[in-house]
Design a protein around this ligand. Sequence first.
Ligand code: ATP
Length: 872
Amino acid sequence: MAPYQLSVQDALEHFTTRIEGLSQEEVMHRQSKYGMNELPEKQKIPEWKKFLLQFHNPLIYVLLASSVLTALLQDWLDTWIILGVVVINAIVGYAQEGRAEKALDAIKKMVKYETTVVRGGLVLQVDSKELVPGDIVLIKAGQRATADIRLIETHSLKMEEAILTGESVPVEKHIHPIEGEHLPAEQKNMIFSGTYATYGRGKGVVVATGQNTQLGKISGLLTDIARNSTPLIQKMDDFSRKLSFAILGVSVLFGLITWYLHHSDIQEILVNTIGIIVAAIPEGLPAIITITLALGVQNMAQNRAIVRKLPAVETLGSVTDICSDKTGTLTKNEMTVMELISPDANLTFTGSGYEVTGKVSGNLNNETIQRSIRIFNLCNDAQVYLSSDESKLSGDPTELALKIMAIKSGHSDENVQRLAVIPFDSAHKYMAILIKEQDSNLILVKGAPEKILDRCSLTSQDKKALTEKFNQKAAQGYRIIASAWKSVGSTVETLNDNDIHELHFAGFACIIDPPRPEAADAIARCHEAGIIVKMITGDHIETAGAVAQKLGIKNPENKVDGNYLESLPDEQWPQVALSCNVFARTTPHHKLKLVNALQAQNRIVAMTGDGVNDAPALKKANIGVAMGIKGTQVTKDVSDIVLTDDNFATIAHAVRLGRGIFDNIRKAIIFILPTNAAEALSILAALLAGGTLPITAPQILWINMVTTVTLALALAFEPTADNVMKRPPRNPSKPILDSYLAWRILFVGTVLSVIVFALFNYALSTYQSIELARTIAVNALVAGEVFYLLNCKHIRHNVFDKSFFNNVHIFRAIGTLVILQLAFTYLPFFQGIFKTVPLAIYHFGLALLGGVLLFFTVELEKFVMIKVLRLG
Ligand code: ATP
């Protein structure tokens, strides 16, 4: 029989398990029998194919075509050199991509899937991989099922099963056996791996793991979550394609022009045209961009922000609004009850955090106060085990604070029978339980004060007085939770929302949750970076306003709450979304509307979330940020970034790093392209003048190869500049190379080609040796690149600041390059291939001088264009 056809007892027996769970030995035994709870890895691209894919690039096609041409011309040396460079480039690209892939894989693995299990009578969190059939697991709203499970206990459990059934409306689950044959969609006493709980909680026995689950059977159809491409990479691919055509077009055109002007022979023209093609192609650029992104993402993970979707790195630099939760993200989430207020008495508490040593003062014997404490103690799922060596705390921080308050007031754990529960949910903002008492049953409720007061039978005068009291406390920044109760008949054994009315008010607790000290600082940095920080909280409007003020959020007095938002006509949303920065008593639905409204105003929105219902807003936001600690699995699954420390400051830091990565990519581009431009321009100039090529095609390939793997790669390690958070967000619709950067590429390309061309001609006329003149020209070009690399440390600012020496990779790269150039110039092996000759120190001096000249020219250009003409 299938598990859904069995009764709860039979299901337990069938899987030889019991309510206290399996023992550790049984788990080990079953793991060796059934294997781990894993789906087979997605079929990976075989390594040989990955290597071959390196050649699948229009730039490389052009180079390969050139090698075919040189082969036809029987210019074997050039053919072998071009092919050699293409292969070396593929090897470097393959190795770097492998490194990037490994880094990204490691990051993906940082988001762990854990499951709550009962084993040997203890409730444990285990890696989902370790689940075995027969394990007893617990699931609650926001968690994803990680195996197929026959339910044995449910409390209003609803599951979203779209991944299996395509149906996005959550399905209510139960524990009763179902007769007959049914598809998974109808097996309402089962939950399936990959589906998630949207409401309530449940307990069940694992009936299938890994590939035997329903998900395992269809896993081939599932799409991968993280893509290894970004809009920028796609744009660069597109750019490569266009560039290849442009290079081909220009080279052929110049071939024709030189033929027309100088009537040289076809073979020579072809060799020269190939020279231009080879010179102009930035073959190393795609690999450099990939590695820069991967290194950046790795760095972000070390800084507690795990990027789950690579395009987020680019979007981070464009974020204009960060909408952040309050509790736990902007505040510490270390709650302490400071006061308990009932209509006719109050208590104050001392002590901080979850210490139980604080003192209580006030009228502890007051009846309503006692009742209120009891409600907070029982209508509570937090657990506190006190012992002399080590106390253990688990549960929601608000509930822990209330438990600790009860302990301070002398209440201990009471053994009451809970008949039913309405779990806390940020949509209805209360929790209720039904418990068995001697003569009658009792409903105990705690929740947001105004929601509780609405459900109490109070005179309007009493209600007004209580509202004033808690508003006053909320305005001081306290988080307020109210308690209420009602007696029902002893036969009542179920509980739903309709029962929560005509309650008796008991009291409210005032809780402090101190702001995170680093949050105010991070908010100030965001403001400097042109980013608006908005606080979106489920808390009371006055509490939210007071905390926003403490944190330095802009215009904290301009605040709205959920009630106001409910009555707000759609057309007014964008205006309110833009002008208000404090949104209180919001529901997850408001978050979604806020994202939509801001995006309608062309804002780029980062939105944080933790609850299951936050998923749609996170998905819609340009950057969905999930909380690694208190966030539900569902929010993590849809998010772009997961914060491992739930801290607002980490988001601000991620924005900073994201901007830095983008800068580094831009730096790599504006470093690599002018070199190609300079090489191509010096050849064009030589051809037009009807003279000899200052640098041959093989020499150009040498330069491109050695400078890319040394110098350009070093830029990927460039630390984020201090000023990145002083600029406004980047407009995402602006091209990566704006007109100023395009100018810079042309300018540097021209200056460098003039220097190289001039040195070449000087050497040629002085020494009458083409080989010597070319060796000097190559070394001058390389020296120019070394100095230009230093210019590239800051794109728009001069480089004379303390960050000049902050990237050791640059200096290591220069050292390596010097060795390579010495080998190129002096080793007979290279002399044979590249037709180089030994240089005197004076010649190196000339090359260096050329580099220094370029360096100061570029710094002068920055000064004139940016500081004087203000054009950049
Ligand atoms: P955030 O700022 O991250 O949105 P929040 O904790 O302020 O989080 P909610 O969790 O939606 O927002 O809580 C809203 C209100 O519900 C709180 O102000 C409090 O009055 C009440 N509340 C919070 N937690 C509980 C709970 N466990 N049981 C009952 N009421 C709660």
